[in-house]
Design a protein around this ligand. Structure first.
Ligand code: DX5
Ligand code: ZN
Length: 213
């Protein structure tokens, strides 16, 4: 797998013009659409939920890359799968001792299962789950808000994970990604980049997506 999957985060879109912004990234080279779901418990912010994902699925054929920053994610997997999620990523820190069960539950809906780690979680904590997960998401900021600064030490976790993955698995980064930090990550094995601010607030969506590839 050589192509880098670019997944614009709609957290930085204009929610009053969400369809317009989704079409802008869809028509300008984005591969996936990153949807950040926050519950005010796992992270100190609240964003969007199941009805919004359903409405997005009605207006686009893009791969919906749903990032669950919520406690007890297993309770909501079926609902997100039913409204059109193509990838569901849960946080390792929220899965307690049910990580493999949760990943297998996601896969049982015929969609991709992702596992994410926060900046303070070491990559060896998830070694045993790397063969089960279709995607590993290394957070390169503390989850909760867009527009934060990339934490370079998080990018340094990538080679360890990459070495344990096969060619059909994805290694994604999220947080503070721009042309330079994106290259730092792809040089270390990332093959999917999430970017919110850099894409939606760049002034040139097409160029910013192209520059990440
Ligand atoms: C943060 C979210 C990110 C966020 C990225 O918790 O998971 O997806 O939208 O935003 P930028 O690219 O602006 O850091
Ligand atoms: Zn995200």
């Amino acid at each position: 797998m050589s192509e880098i999957k670019i997944s614009p985060s709609i957290l930085s879109a204009d929610f009053a013009n969400l369809e317009r912004d989704i079409k802008l990234v869809e028509n300008n080279g984005a591969d996936w659409l990153h949807i950040d779901v926050m519950d005010g418990h796992f992270v100190p912010n609240i964003t969007i939920g199941i009805p919004v994902v359903k409405s997005i699925n009605d207006i686009t054929d893009m791969t919906l890359d749903v990032h669950l920053m919520i406690d007890n994610p297993e309770k909501y997997i079926k609902q997100f799968a039913d409204v059109g999620a193509d990838i569901i990523t849960v946080h390792y820190e929220a899965t307690q001792n049910k990580t493999d069960e949760i990943l297998n539950k996601i896969k049982s809906f015929g969609i991709m299962a992702g596992l994410s780690i926060k900046p303070k979680t070491k990559p060896d904590a998830i070694t045993q789950y790397i063969p089960i997960a279709d995607l590993i998401l290394v957070m390169t900021v503390e989850p909760g808000f867009g527009g934060q600064k990339f934490i370079q030490e998080c990018g340094d976790k990538l080679p360890f994970i990459k070495n344990l993955q096969n060619n059909s698995q994805y290694l994604q980064v999220d947080g503070g990604i721009n042309k330079d930090t994106g290259k730092y990550c792809t040089d270390r094995g990332a093959n999917s980049l999430v970017a919110g601010n850099y894409i939606f607030h760049s002034g040139n969506i097409k160029e910013s997506i192209k520059s990440l590839k």
